[in-house]
Write a protein that binds this ligand. Structure first.
Ligand code: HEC
Length: 110
């Protein structure tokens, strides 16, 4: 039993860095997509404190989206997969949506 636990811990220790690297990769990817595709209407960097952007930018700042208690990874993904009255339907792949969800949530508590 003890050996099993030790083996499991070794396995986890081996997996953790790979997982962290993958998450970091998705985070960068999400930031890149946000800058390229969403920044026309949203403030996409976390350090912008204003809730809404300048003229012509109609969407809420991503930091403000992240700060809402209702914003979860699932909520962002569902939002990006369903049609909206005020936001154009941007066609994103599953991987891009995952990356954007991770990126937007990373702006929470900054
Ligand atoms: C042409 C302008 C435009 C672009 C481009 C755009 N958005 Fe939006 N977005 C809006 C508007 C307007 C709203 C507010 C929609 C509403 O409340 O019905 C919104 C709302 C949102 C919300 C929901 C906030 C909430 O209240 O829950 C999310 C999340 C979001 N956008 C993500 C994105 C992402 C990610 C991208 C880039 C892939 C993007 N948007 C690109 C205009 C845009």
């Amino acid at each position: 039993m003890k050996r099993l636990v030790v083996t499991a811990l070794f396995l986890l220790a081996g997996l953790a860095p790979a997982w962290a690297v993958e998450q970091a990769g998705l985070l960068d990817e999400g930031r890149r997509i946000a800058r390229e595709t969403c920044s026309q209407c949203h403030l996409v960097e976390g350090d912008e404190k204003r809730v809404s952007a300048g003229p012509g930018m109609q969407g809420p700042a991503f930091a403000a989206v992240a700060a809402m208690p209702s914003t979860t990874s699932v909520a962002i993904k569902v939002f990006l997969k369903t049609p909206h009255a005020n936001m154009p339907d941007i066609i994103l792949s599953e991987a891009e949506i995952d990356a954007l969800a991770i990126y937007i949530l990373s702006l929470r508590n900054r």
